[in-house]
Design a protein around this ligand. Structure first.
Ligand code: GTP
Ligand code: MG
Length: 306
C-alpha cells in the first residue's frame, strides 16, 4: 500500500494483493430497509438534519439519499469537529459556502452549537414557507425533524443534546440504533432518530479505509490491519507531532514495519518468544486514533472542479 498525498481521495495506490481492491463495503439487507423507511418518512417532516463526520465531510455523506433529499429542506451537520484538523476544515467551510448548502461544523457536546442547530433549522423551514407562500406566510411553531446519517456519526447523541436528556441510546460503535424512534422534545419539537445507513456503493474505494478508521464501518468488515496501516501512513505524511510523541518515535522517516515494531515493544504487544503481536498493535492504533490521541485529522480536501 503506497500513499502519495493523504489529502486526496485517490491517495492509495491499489495493488492486486490489496484487499481494498475488493472494496470495503457494508450494505447488509437491514440497511436497504432502513433507507426505504427513511424515504417513506420524509413527507412527515419539515427538515432533515443530515449528520456527517467533520473528519470526512464528503465521504461521510450518502449519495444514495441525495435525490430524495433534494426535495426537502436539509441542514448538514458536520459533527465531531473537535477531532478534525482546523486548517482543512476552514477550506471545507469555504467550499460549503460556495455550494450554497446550509451546513454547520460542530462538536455536539457544546451547548452553544446545539442552540445554533435549532435556530438554523427553524430559519431554513421558515424561509422555505415564506418563499412558497409569501402572502399567507405565518411562522410555524411545531417543527418535525428527521436525523439521518452514516453509522456512528453522532445522530442519537445530537438528539440527546437537543432533548437535554438521554432520550435515545448511544454507543461508541456503529449500528447502535436499529429502528426508527420518534422523540418528543416539547410541544413544538419532534425528532425522528433513524438507524445509520451506508451508501450501497462507496464513491471511492479509499473511502472504505477512511470510514473504517473513523469507525463508521465496523472493524469486522474491513479488519484492523489495513485501516491501522493507512492511518500510520497518513499521520507520517501529515507529520503529526501527537503521533510521534504518543509512540515515542524519533522521526517520520521510519518504515511502516519499523513503526509497528516500535509500538509493539513500547506497549508490550508481544507474543511468546518475544515476537511482536501486530494484531494488538493495529487495535491499539485504531483505539488511540478514535479517542483523538493521535491529533486532529481530516481525510480529503474540497474538490476543485465542483
Ligand atoms: N468527540 C466527539 N464524540 C462524539 C460527538 N458526537 C457523538 N460522539 C460520540 O460518537 C459515538 C457515536 O454516537 P451515537 O450518537 O451513538 O452515533 P449514531 O450516529 O447514533 O450511531 P448509530 O446509531 O450506530 O448509527 C458516541 O461514543 C458519542 O459519544 C462529538 O461531537 N464529538
Ligand atoms: Mg444512533
Amino acid at each position: 500500500m503506497k500513499i502519495k498525498n493523504k489529502n486526496q481521495a485517490d491517495a492509495i495506490e491499489l495493488t492486486p494483493d490489496n484487499p481494498i481492491k475488493m472494496g470495503i463495503n457494508w450494505y447488509p439487507g437491514h440497511m436497504a430497509r432502513a433507507i426505504r423507511e427513511i424515504k417513506e418518512k420524509l413527507k412527515l417532516v419539515d427538515i432533515v438534519l443530515e449528520i456527517r463526520d467533520a473528519r470526512a465531510p464528503l465521504a461521510s455523506g450518502n449519495r444514495a439519499m441525495e435525490e430524495s433529499l433534494r426535495q426537502k429542506s436539509r441542514l448538514i451537520l458536520l459533527n465531531k469537529v473537535n477531532l478534525a484538523d482546523p486548517q482543512i476544515i476552514h477550506q471545507w467551510e469555504e467550499w460549503f459556502k460556495k455550494e450554497g448548502e446550509p451546513y454547520l461544523f460542530l462538536d455536539c457536546f457544546d451547548k452553544g452549537s446545539i442552540k445554533k442547530v435549532l435556530a438554523m433549522a427553524r430559519a431554513i423551514v421558515d424561509q422555505k414557507r415564506k418563499d412558497s407562500n409569501p402572502d399567507t406566510y405565518v411562522q410555524k411553531e411545531k417543527l418535525k425533524m428527521m436525523i439521518i446519517g452514516l453509522p456512528n456519526t453522532g445522530k442519537s447523541t445530537i438528539i440527546n443534546q437537543l432533548a437535554n436528556r438521554a432520550a435515545t441510546k448511544t454507543a461508541d460503535r456503529p449500528g447502535q440504533t436499529q429502528v426508527q424512534q420518534w422523540i418528543v422534545i416539547d410541544k413544538d419539537l419532534d425528532l425522528l432518530d433513524t438507524p445509520g445507513v451506508m451508501p450501497p456503493l462507496l464513491a471511492k474505494e479509499e473511502h472504505g479505509l477512511w470510514l473504517s478508521a473513523l469507525h463508521a464501518i465496523p472493524d469486522d468488515i474491513a479488519g484492523e490491519e489495513l485501516p491501522a496501516k493507512f492511518l500510520i501512513e497518513y499521520l507520517k505524511e501529515k507529520k503529526s507531532k501527537e503521533f510521534l510523541i504518543r509512540y515515542k518515535l524519533e522521526s517520520f522517516d521510519l518504515s511502516l514495519e519499523d513503526i509497528l515494531s516500535k509500538i509493539a515493544v513500547l506497549r508490550g504487544c508481544v507474543r511468546q518468544k518475544g515476537l511482536p503481536d501486530f494484531e494488538r498493535v493495529y487495535k491499539l492504533i485504531l483505539l488511540d486514533f478514535r479517542k483523538g490521541e493521535l491529533g486532529k485529522v481530516c481525510f480529503g480536501i474540497p474538490p476543485k472542479d465542483i
